[in-house]
Ligand binder design. Sequence first.
Ligand code: AP5
Length: 220
Amino acid sequence: MRIVLLGPPGAGKGTQAVMLAERLKYLHLSTGDILRENVKKGTDIGKKARAFMEKGDLVPDDIVIEMMLDTIKAGAKGKDFILDGFPRTIYQAKKIGTELDNLGMPIEMVVYFETSLKTVVFRLTGRRLCKNCGANYHVVNMPPKKQGVCDKCGGELYLRKDDNEDTIKKRLEVFNSQTKELIDYYKDKGILEEVSGDLDAETVYKKLFGILNDRDKVRN
Ligand code: AP5
């Protein structure tokens, strides 16, 4: 199945995408992760994207669309995948929708994680990531066994540059002004599902998995 996870920053898109991808053997394609990797490597995309990301603005549509299309064409043809954080504007949604339809691999389900402002700010300011393997923690909700150290690989944990209060505020404004309208866009297409992003990660996962099962598409 080809799934899009939609929601404000900190809604838990990445957390759920990793859990689902592991369970279902789906590809997990996160625009944020791919962009950060490009910034780290200093590629042309990374150089163009960096300032937008650090300010909490969206990277221009054409850069992101081309990057994601290349990624999908290179590794996701004929496969099930989860798009995490993409599309994020109506323009991106229309463009990727047409391209994927033409490839015979349309988006089949979009899940919107409705999440309160309080949850989002608490989660993002407490999020820590592993510098080495990218594993995701929260200082209160999902702490590592040893403070500052990744359970999985022993790597150092860090706070994302855009996870400070000012940039979080900007990212939320951007979500409300440019991404939220995708909820109605996909509702009109009849492929939208909604789950509360405020619930704990296991509960969200069970609900998500239940929705997938209901659609009778889960590979066991
Ligand atoms: P991106 O990396 O996609 O960031 P985001 O959308 O702001 O989302 P986050 O990664 O911050 O949150 P999440 O929902 O994945 O939450 P997570 O699971 O980590 O994008 C970054 C930037 O890249 C953008 O600002 C933009 O500049 C650019 N960009 C990306 N895509 C783009 C696009 N399509 N177009 C243009 N520009 C684009 O969880 C957060 C924390 O909470 C973690 O600590 C986690 O452990 C914890 N947690 C998660 N779920 C739960 C739960 N249920 N209960 C308790 N704790 C939880």
